[in-house]
Design a binder for this molecule. Sequence first.
Ligand SMILES: [Mg+2]
Length: 126
Amino acid sequence: MEQRRILVVDDDSDVLDATSALLEIEGYAVARARNGREALRSLAVEAADLILLDLMMPVMDGVDFCLALRSGEHGKTPVIVISADQTAPRKVREMDVQGFLGKPFDVDALLREIRRILPPPSPTVH
Ligand SMILES: [Mg+2]
């Protein structure tokens, strides 16, 4: 069965490590990026089925990344924003994203959001 690939974008290495480890345990293939520019580079090498996106990051933040993403080759890739930014709910309303979670996020809530957007493939019946 083809593994679903999730790109995790966050400048906080602890969040990046913890989220990646969680997703790998859940059976996803994980790519990581520390800012928007790294994320665009990662997508140019290999597409993702879903992107988990922090907003406040150096070099290229989540808002600018999302604008670049939507106008590019991988523009249809769904995005879940994960942010502690007080203004995140307002920013997210103006962004073309499919989900939003505040930080720190609840693990079950994250997995529920991911499954809502990327439903697990139904098991093959023999
Ligand atoms: Mg950040």
